[in-house]
Design a protein around this ligand. Structure first.
Ligand SMILES: Nc1ncnc2c1ncn2[C@@H]1O[C@H](COP(=O)(O)OP(=O)(O)O)[C@@H](O)[C@H]1O
Ligand SMILES: [Mg+2]
Length: 287
């Protein structure tokens, strides 16, 4: 697979706040890439630079070989962007919102009609397309926003925290939509602070903390590096301690050896939360 996004020593400051620090990252064509990190880590800032919405202080980002600063207009043709906060007009229907977006992209009216109908069906919104956005559920609004971003057939879709505020069932439905878009040929770059989302949805994950990339790989690779099996020791006063092992046999042997009465011991599969905690000493968030 070749690289679709190349980020080279990207730095972005807001006054004295160093939001992104010398970030290097490559995203491959065809993958679902997840940028995972706690609030304030620098995910949105990185995405805003990649999508031409803000300029870096230093470093470079290119998409399909095009520099996002120097060739921003051409980059915009290749990408679809869904920001965290809804960008729909609440007093219009889904269809009317899409017509507005299509006009912004100067789509011809016949092509526009067909494309809008196709996307409304794709997102399973046919029955709701003529209702005012205001009356729709959060999941429907989000799907409609994504469909607006897809009108001009971008090969790369950016999703900033696509499932924040959605309930568990709606979140899973959103994952299915993202997977379907990806298997139909769209490369996906998404940000999230949900461990489970990164683990379930992403081919590769980059973990970001305080503006720096601290780990990169598939969820499985990241867990393997740490150890696939976690032993959790819940002591009385000094909090929970963790130890990681490549397999259950090793973990079981360890537990037998420490055999102590006054702590609860749990053996379980490791996850990306463990990877994050090990690297930073902190939790990612409310995942
Ligand atoms: N427009 C802005 N002005 C000033 N500081 C900002 C701005 N946007 C983000 N920041 C700061 O930059 C850091 C990274 O923020 P952000 O990229 O939004 O993180 P994330 O999306 O991972 O939550 C935070 O410290 C945040 O407060
Ligand atoms: Mg953000």
């Amino acid at each position: 697979m070749d690289d679709l996004i190349t980020i080279d020593r990207l730095t972005k400051n807001y006054g004295k706040v160093e939001a992104v620090k010398e970030l290097d990252l490559k995203v491959r064509r065809g993958e679902i890439f997840g940028f995972l990190g706690p609030n304030g880590a620098g995910k949105t800032t990185t995405m805003r630079v990649m999508t031409t919405l803000t300029k870096p202080n230093s470093g470079r980002v290119s998409i399909d070989g095009l520099d996002v600063v120097k060739e921003g207009e051409r980059v915009k043709e290749l990408i679809g962007v869904v920001q965290q906060h809804l960008s729909l007009d609440r007093d219009l229907s889904i269809r009317e919102n899409m017509v507005l977006h299509a006009r912004l992209h100067r789509m011809r009216s016949t092509e526009r009609e067909n494309r809008i109908r196709e996307l409304i069906e794709y997102a399973g919104l046919s029955e709701h397309a003529d209702k005012m956005v205001d009356v729709l559920s959060g999941g429907m609004k989000k799907r409609a926003t994504i469909m607006c971003a897809l009108l001009h057939r971008p090969q790369l879709l950016f999703l900033d925290e696509p499932t924040v505020g959605l309930d568990a069932q709606t979140r899973r439905r959103m994952w299915d939509l993202v997977r379907r878009l990806n298997s139909d040929g769209t490369t996906i770059f998404l940000t999230t602070h949900y461990i489970e989302e990164a683990q379930a949805l992403c081919d590769r994950v980059g973990i970001i903390d305080h503006g720096r990339l601290i780990a990169l790989g598939s969820p499985l690779e990241l867990r393997q590096k740490l150890g696939m099996v976690a032993v959790e020791m819940q002591g009385d006063n000094n909090g929970t301690r963790y130890q990681y092992f490549s397999d259950r046999a090793g973990a079981t042997r360890f537990v037998q050896d420490i055999a102590s009465q006054d702590q609860t011991i749990i053996i379980r599969e490791s996850n990306l939360e463990d990877v994050f905690v090990e690297l930073t000493g902190q939790k990612v968030g409310d995942a």
